[in-house]
Design a protein around this ligand. Structure first.
Ligand code: V47
Length: 354
C-alpha cells in the first residue's frame, strides 16, 4: 500500500489494480490524498453555476432498469413540452440570472428530429448569451439510429443548431456485463466514448458521469474511470467528472444494499486521484444530498453543479432536487463549510466570487 500512496504523492498514474486497492485505505488517508490534489488544482475555491435544467419529454423507447423518470408502468405520466413552453421557461430563468440551460430528454420516437434540434436555434435566436448544454451521448445515439444518421451528422446538426457543450449523462457504467443488465439497448460504452471523442475533435467540451451504488463492483468503477482517462489523453475535451449516486425509488433495479456515505466519499476521492487529467470533480448535490456534497469538498470535489431550479430525472427516483436550491442558501452553505464559492460559466471561466 505504501508504494501506491507514494505514487499518488508523486502524481503518477495508477493502474486498475492500484485504483481498486485504494478502497482499502481508511477514509481519512484517502481524503487527505485527494484533498491535496484538489487544493493543488483549485485551492479552496468551490465552483458552481446558475443554471436551469429542462427535461422536455419523459416518453422513452428504451427501458433502463435504474430510471424512474421515463413514462412506464411505475410512472404512467407521459409528457412532451412544446417549444413555446420551453422558451417560456428559458425566458423566466434567464430573467432570474441563469446563464446555462441544461436540456436532457428521454428517447421519444414520436416527436421527430426537428422537435429535438430546432429548439436550440430558437433559444439561441432569443437568448444569444445563454450557454446551451444539451443532448447526452445516449440521445445522440438514439437520434442517429432513429433517423439513420451517422454520429458525425447528428453532432454537426447540434452545432449548427446552437448547442454549446454536451452533458455527461448516459455513461452509467462502462463494464459491458453490468451495462447489458441495467440498460440493455442503450448506447454502448464504445459508442458513448466515440460520440464524446467526435465532439471533442470539433474543439468542444463535455462532461462525463458514472452511475454508482447499484450492482456494479468497485473494480467496475475504476475501469470506468480508466476508460475516461484514456480518452481524455487523446482528446482533452472533458471538463468535469460527475459520480452520480444511484437513487433507489420508483425503478426496476432491485438493489438491496444501500451505499454508505463512506463508500460515496471514497469513490469521490478515488476519482480525484485516478482522473489526474480531468480538471474538475463535481459533487452533484442532487444525488449525493447537499450535506454530503459539502463534505465531498474535502474529498476531492471542487464543483457543486448549480442552482438547477427544477430537476425531474433524479427527483423521480427519490432525490430532493425537484425545485433546485436557492442561490443565497447555496453560497452560504459553501462558505460555512470552509470553501470559497466561485460562480463559473459552463466552461469554467470564473464570473464572480461571493
Ligand atoms: O444519464 C438516471 C442518471 C443522468 C438515476 O453533465 C440516475 O454537467 C441516479 O447526466 N439514480 C442524467 N442517477 C443526469 C446527468 C447530469 C446531471 C448533472 C450534471 C451533468 C453535467 C449531467 O442521471 C442519467 C443517468 O445516469 N440517472 N436515473 C437514478 N435512479
Amino acid at each position: 500500500m505504501d508504494s501506491i500512496i507514494k505514487k499518488v504523492e508523486n502524481r503518477e498514474e495508477l493502474t486498475l489494480q492500484e485504483g481498486e486497492k485504494l478502497y482499502e485505505l481508511d477514509i481519512f488517508t484517502l481524503g487527505k490524498l485527494a484533498d491535496s490534489i484538489r487544493r493543488e488544482l483549485h485551492g479552496d475555491k468551490s465552483y458552481f453555476n446558475i443554471n436551469r435544467h429542462i427535461n422536455p419529454t419523459n416518453i422513452c423507447k428504451d427501458i433502463c432498469k435504474f430510471c424512474a423518470y421515463s413514462s412506464n408502468r411505475k410512472n404512467p405520466n407521459p409528457y412532451t413540452m412544446s417549444h413555446d413552453e420551453i422558451l417560456e421557461i428559458v425566458e423566466k430563468s434567464s430573467n432570474r440570472g441563469a446563464k446555462e440551460i441544461h436540456i436532457v430528454s428521454a428517447h421519444n420516437d414520436r416527436v421527430g428530429l426537428n422537435w429535438y434540434l430546432d429548439i436550440f436555434q430558437k433559444i439561441k435566436d432569443k437568448f444569444p448569451d445563454i450557454h446551451i448544454k444539451a443532448l447526452t451521448a445516449a440521445e445522440i445515439h438514439f437520434l442517429s439510429e432513429e433517423y439513420n444518421l451517422s454520429y458525425d451528422e447528428v453532432i454537426d446538426m447540434m452545432i449548427e443548431s446552437g448547442v454549446d457543450s454536451m452533458p455527461g449523462g448516459g455513461a452509467e457504467i462502462f463494464d459491458e456485463r453490468v451495462r447489458e443488465y441495467i440498460c440493455k439497448g442503450k448506447v454502448s460504452s464504445a459508442g458513448w466514448l466515440e460520440i464524446h471523442k467526435l465532439w471533442h475533435q470539433r474543439g468542444r467540451k463535455s462532461n462525463a458521469t458514472m452511475l454508482f451504488g447499484h450492482i456494479e463492483s468497485r473494480r467496475d468503477r475504476i475501469d470506468h474511470m480508466i476508460r475516461l482517462r484514456d480518452l481524455q489523453k487523446e482528446s482533452g475535451g472533458f471538463n468535469a467528472f460527475i459520480p452520480l449516486v444511484y437513487q433507489r425509488e420508483n425503478n426496476y433495479l432491485n438493489v438491496k444494499d444501500i451505499i454508505t456515505g463512506q463508500e460515496i466519499l471514497k469513490t469521490m476521492a478515488i476519482s480525484r486521484i485516478m482522473l489526474h487529467n480531468i480538471p474538475n470533480i463535481k459533487a452533484y448535490w442532487v444525488t449525493s444530498t447537499v450535506n454530503l456534497a459539502l463534505v465531498a469538498q474535502e474529498f476531492g470535489a471542487n464543483d457543486l453543479d448549480g442552482t438547477i431550479e427544477r430537476e425531474s430525472i433524479n427527483s423521480s427516483a427519490g432525490a430532493d432536487s425537484h425545485n433546485g436550491i436557492d442561490l443565497i442558501k447555496f453560497v452560504e452553505l459553501i462558505q460555512n463549510s470552509g470553501f470559497r464559492p466561485v460562480e463559473r460559466d459552463s466552461l469554467y471561466n470564473e464570473l464572480k466570487e461571493y
